[in-house]
Design a protein around this ligand. Structure first.
Ligand code: F6P
Length: 580
């Protein structure tokens, strides 16, 4: 538990709000004072730090107007995790409509198309035109569209382009922006061939918001536990806000329940309790973080085998490890019972795109199980009333190959039938994380399910983040091995190098380019190219930022730095070798 006092006062929790705390950065890019030493924390301390960070989501007053989506089509759009959550939420609410024999009204857009649901596609985030094209395609023939652009950092040009398009066609589109920075911190960097920036779009929306012709939902939820990792709190808060809004709209439309401030508040509180229920299992989560960390440390793998929408959270969490930690797609992988049939994505099966798109349990049994060792960690993720027989069968198959099998499952308090089925599975697992949900008088089945999804997201985010921290992928509380595959990430990498090396910006950018192009001497062609060219090239380079940092901190050549990092991948220690 070293390194952090768990009785932190409110003032410490809110230290990031002070005007002189990292003043040049928007909230979503600031480093969180709570996690400054996460890189040297034990698995238990990592989980406690994440709990404190997540609790910041409920410390802000959003003061937001909630609207009833009244038209025939609701489109949610975003990049990376924001697009993946658009998919998860639209699937969930379309299912709810089907159960009521209503036609589906929700659609999702993710930058880079459906392949981005399962893999890292960072470049399309920079392309506003692509955003507009995909919006037009989804909305063909529609007369009224509620468009919800999600960009946690108020930064993605893909979303800015779509919002700009909506603002130009108010007769059809009602634009809503969801993000987690104050409006004045929206990104103001020029976008290639565009007359607008994200910031100018936000300003236009703020003006229209006064007459309810546009809406901004942008509470600040505090900096991320790992700086800039908006998949964590940003993703959770997106899920909470949109689900609260849509649930209220469904209740108003289908059961005449008026939308009230108190109703919305009660719903938000149910999500706040979700955090309490989840983090009351700190010991169980710690066990999982340690198991996953050990697997990654010896270059083995972590597998999430899930059922229903909880499996989708596994797929999402796994897919994020590549851009976030520079991980290989094989390091952390998710599989879903029923494969693409269960996923039900716009483009159907994507298996032909390559091995990383094999996501069914059958794929796991054919491709992974034969080579599974006890150094790999396997995590079963399910909830009653999922098919306990199927879970049991899978557990037995895995157990034949490795004892390193764990389970995360949810059940309602006092559900004895589920407990009996669970006993058999428990015997096969090294650890089981049982998340028990109190029977709440007001909680509908749908709300309970959404709470279980959020809880699963928190657990898996903790497992994959904690495991990569233990592997040494984090420097203080920054992801050091991030991919530099779009403008936002390029800028973030340069800033990070400045902060960690204390060198001037131009030296940092020079070191970054040397690491991207893998040269000691940059050519004029390289230095005069634009950022898009650099980020395209960086798609095929690995360890770009660690390498640049080592170059800045030592007098090693690129080749020397590369070979030291190969022997000692933890940057702090590689640099220490140079000092000695
Ligand atoms: O560019 C990569 C990334 O940071 C993802 O990790 C993230 O999910 C995505 O961009 C979207 O960011 P935002 O929601 O701030 O637009």
């Amino acid at each position: 538990m070293a390194g952090l006092d768990w009785t932190y006062g409110v003032s410490t929790l809110r230290q990031w709000e002070s005007a002189d705390y990292e003043p040049s950065l928007p909230v979503s890019e600031k480093s969180n004072p709570l996690t400054r030493d996460i890189d040297q924390a034990s698995a238990y301390s990592i989980v406690k730090m994440l709990q404190l960070c997540d609790s910041q989501m409920f410390q802000e007053e959003a003061g937001t107007a909630y609207q009833d989506p009244q038209e025939s089509c609701v489109v949610m759009s975003g990049c990376g995790t924001s697009g993946r959550l658009a998919f998860l939420i639209s699937s969930g609410f379309n299912k709810a409509l089907s159960q009521l024999n209503q036609s589906k009204v929700y659609s999702y857009i993710i930058a880079g198309g459906d392949r981005a649901l399962l893999s890292s596609q960072e470049a399309p985030e920079d392309d506003p035109r692509l955003g507009v094209l995909s919006l037009k395609k989804v909305c063909e023939g529609k007369k009224r569209v509620l468009f919800i652009g999600i960009s946690c950092g108020l930064s993605a040009p893909f979303v800015a382009g779509q919002l700009d398009f909506c603002l130009q066609h108010p007769e059809v589109y009602m634009p809503v922006l969801v993000g987690f920075n104050p409006a004045h911190q929206a990104r103001d960097e020029p976008i290639q061939d565009c007359t607008f920036t994200f910031h100018s779009v936000v300003q236009r929306m703020q003006e229209l918001a006064k007459s309810q012709k546009a809406f901004l939902i942008n509470p600040a939820v505090g900096p991320e536990a790992i700086s800039g990792s908006s998949r964590m709190k940003g993703g959770s808060a997106t899920k909470i806000l949109l689900e609260v809004a849509f649930s209220a709209a469904h209740a108003a439309t289908f059961s005449n329940t008026p939308i009230t401030y108190n109703g919305v508040l009660e719903h938000m509180k149910a999500y706040e309790r979700t955090l309490d229920v989840t983090y009351s299992q700190t010991d169980g989560i710690t066990t999982l973080v340690e198991a996953a960390g050990q697997s990654l440390r010896c270059s083995r793998h972590v597998y999430y085998l899930g059922w229903g929408s909880l499996a989708l959270l596994g797929l999402i969490d796994a897919s994020e490890c590549t851009p976030t930690f520079g991980a290989d797609y094989e390091d952390v992988r998710g599989f879903i019972s029923g494969g693409y049939r269960e996923l039900n994505n716009n483009d159907g099966p994507l298996t032909s795109l390559g091995p990383k798109f094999s996501i069914a349990h059958e794929d796991f049994l054919h491709l992974i199980l034969p080579c599974l060792t006890d150094k790999d960690t396997v995590l079963l993720i399910y909830t009653h009333p999922d098919d306990a027989t199927e879970v049991g069968n899978m557990a037995r198959r895995v157990r034949e190959k490795t004892p390193n099998l764990h389970a995360v499952y949810h059940q309602a308090d006092g559900d004895t039938a589920a407990s009996l089925q669970q006993d058999d599975i428990k015997k096969l697992c090294l650890s089981t994380l049982k998340i028990t949900w109190p029977r709440e008088a007001l909680a509908s089945g749908t709300l309970q399910h959404m709470q279980r999804e959020l809880s699963t997201k928190l657990v898996l985010n903790a497992v994959s983040t904690g495991a990569h921290v233990l592997k040494g992928k984090i420097y203080q509380n920054h992801m050091i091995d991030l991919q530099v595959t779009n403008t936002k990430l390029y800028r973030r990498a340069t800033r990070l190098l400045q902060k960690l090396s204390a060198c001037p910006e131009e030296n940092c950018e020079e070191a970054l380019l040397k690491a991207i192009y893998r040269v000691d001497m940059l050519t004029v062609e390289m230095t005069s190219s634009d950022i898009t060219t650099h980020t395209c090239f960086a798609r095929n380079s690995t360890k770009v930022v660690p390498l640049a940092l080592v170059i800045l901190l030592t007098s090693w050549s690129l080749m020397e730095a590369e070979s030291h990092l190969k022997q000692q991948p933890i940057v702090r220690e590689a640099v220490a070798q140079w000092m000695w």
